[in-house]
Design a protein around this ligand. Structure first.
Ligand SMILES: [Zn+2]
Ligand SMILES: [Zn+2]
Length: 77
């Protein structure tokens, strides 16, 4: 079997907090504050512009289960 799953890395290179973005500084995304915000004493806010929509992992598993059941029941004949 050649079932290879390629997982994309979650870290995005250009993903900086608001303060670093405004000042065009390099954000190390430290927690709770990145080093730049710690140095400047500003609030570190990282805005995720991607909208999180769609079913959650658990729901997807449920859907897969149902699809699998449907599939198996339709191929029984
Ligand atoms: Zn930053
Ligand atoms: Zn920051």
């Amino acid at each position: 079997m050649a079932n290879v799953e390629v997982r994309a890395l979650r870290q995005q290179p250009g993903f900086a907090c608001e303060e670093c973005r405004k000042r065009k500084a390099r954000c190390d995304r430290g927690r709770p504050k990145c080093s730049f915000c710690t140095a400047t004493g500003s609030t570190c806010v990282i805005v995720d512009k991607r909208q999180q929509r769609g079913p959650k992992k658990g729901q997807v598993n449920q859907m897969r289960l149902q699809i699998g059941l449907l599939h198996s029941s339709s191929t029984v004949m």
